[in-house]
Design a protein around this ligand. Structure first.
Ligand SMILES: CC(C)(COP(=O)(O)OP(=O)(O)OC[C@H]1O[C@@H](n2cnc3c(N)ncnc32)[C@H](O)[C@@H]1OP(=O)(O)O)[C@@H](O)C(=O)NCCC(=O)NCCS
Length: 136
């Protein structure tokens, strides 16, 4: 089940990925922060943390708990965002993060720029998925 995190539901879930204090902090301090939460058996097994800034979205992080990786859950979580939000989306990914780049390409992200040494010696790739106008 994928749900959008709200003030009402975040206390329900146990998670190893981040603490309730971290979630609480985001709500108090970042008006643009949004979380999609992947829940199985009342436990968070993944999240997609993004910022929605007027007409565009920046993906800050996507993470699937280690033992749940490589079975399509990251892609499913990402698709939930791209299929429900009609805005241009950008992100930064390390050049050798192949699982992440794989799922980004599957939903239509394209490499737009290379940021040299962005990650302590590794290049970063700026990827963008343009607004699709799917809801017109
Ligand atoms: C990135 C991440 C969210 C992907 O989640 P996931 O649930 O494992 O993703 P999926 O199972 O949907 O897809 C992973 C794809 O990467 C592929 N993959 C895995 N390891 C790979 C490798 N070394 N080289 C190339 N492809 C690889 C898998 O085969 C799969 O593609 P397929 O479905 O076509 O076979 C997860 O790896 C993660 O949490 N990573 C740590 C956090 C992170 O790096 N986030 C991205 C920051 S930009």
């Amino acid at each position: 089940m994928i749900v959008k995190l709200t003030k009402k539901n975040f206390s329900l879930y146990k998670t190893e990925l981040f603490t309730k204090e971290q979630l609480e902090h985001e709500y108090q301090n970042n008006p643009y922060a949004r979380y999609l939460i992947y829940v199985e058996d009342n436990t968070i097994i993944g999240y997609l943390y993004y910022s929605e800034i007027y007409d565009r979205i920046e993906i800050n992080q996507i993470e699937i708990e280690v033992s749940n990786r490589n079975c399509g859950k990251g892609l499913k979580l990402l698709k939930h965002l791209t299929e429900t939000v009609d805005k241009s989306i950008s992100l930064e990914v390390q050049e050798n993060n192949f699982p992440a780049i794989s799922i980004y390409k599957k939903v239509g992200f394209k490499a737009k720029a290379i940021r040299k040494n962005y990650y302590h010696g590794k290049d970063g790739i700026l990827m963008v998925r343009e607004k699709q106008n799917a809801f017109q």
